[in-house]
Design a protein around this ligand. Structure first.
Ligand code: SAM
Length: 241
């Protein structure tokens, strides 16, 4: 199945959303920044890098190199145009094909992509294989409380108390910007157990809570005082499984 981010109308609406200060900027990004390991002299792989929004900032923080991979050629094209620089490279690559990378990385970073991946265990095995000893995996995804329900009408619309089917894992089809978007629901316990079974030690977990001053600026954030939108996890590769 094609990547919905390559659909021109979806892509332009997504980029419009990202051009305004939004949920990611208020909640997800600060949480991820707070979890970043020291980057000085460390190589970074950005899984599902989109348009490379964080490439430059990782390099400014001292990364030795940055490789962004994404299965959307639209995203990679935009990344190459807008977020290029010394030490930064991009590749169109599906996360399913991570095993074709032969390089080793110190940090695997991924922002809001893993809920699109069907086989989480295979993904974690592949990430484990390309991380250096004591390498760090830092990722965020839509919180399992939000990926649970069938037939959501968009992550940011509708009744935010709507919640169902948490215990039933698997494929969900929803609509975002009127397009069909497929994602995969996993219970929080499954995510934690998969990390552990794949040789990672979970080091920190965040379910970002909005600040009062941000709610005053962007009232939708009030929902996140009731339930989280994002789940952010930092995990360390154990030397031997
Ligand atoms: C919500 S966007 C996040 C982009 C970027 N990480 C950021 O935070 O700006 C999700 C990204 O995941 C990418 N993606 C979805 N499924 C993928 C897959 N199987 N392999 C690689 N990238 C994928 C999409 O193309 C899109 O760029």
């Amino acid at each position: 199945m094609g990547n919905v981010f390559d659909n021109p109308s979806f892509f332009s609406k997504y980029m419009e959303l990202r051009s305004d200060y939004n949920y990611n900027d208020y909640l997800e990004h600060p949480a991820m920044e707070s979890l970043l390991p020291p980057l000085k002299g460390r190589s970074v792989l950005d899984l599902g890098c989109g348009y490379g929004a964080y490439a430059m900032s990782f390099m400014r923080k001292g990364s030795s190199s940055y490789l962004g991979i994404d299965s959307s050629s639209h995203m990679i094209e935009k990344a190459r145009t807008e977020n290029a620089g010394a030490g930064i490279s991009y590749r169109v690559l599906d996360l399913k094909s991570l095993d074709t990378l032969s390089t080793v990385f110190d940090v695997a970073y991924s922002s809001l992509v893993f809920h699109y991946i069907e086989d989480f265990d295979a993904l974690l095995r592949n990430i484990y294989a390309i991380l250096s000893d004591d390498g760090v995996l830092l990722f965020s995804q839509m919180h399992p409380l939000l990926t649970a329900s069938y037939g959501y009408s968009g992550y940011f619309e509708g009744d935010y108390f709507a919640f169902s089917s948490y215990q039933e894992e698997g494929r969900r089809e929803g609509r975002w910007f009127k397009e069909k978007v497929v994602s995969y629901h996993r219970r929080l316990s499954s995510i934690m157990n998969s990390l552990s079974d794949s040789g990672f030690i979970v080091d920190r977990v965040l379910e970002p809570i909005p600040r009062e001053e941000d709610i005053r600026e962007f009232s939708q954030l009030e929902r996140d005082l009731v339930r989280p939108t994002f789940l952010c996890i930092r995990a360390i590769k154990k030397k031997s499984k």
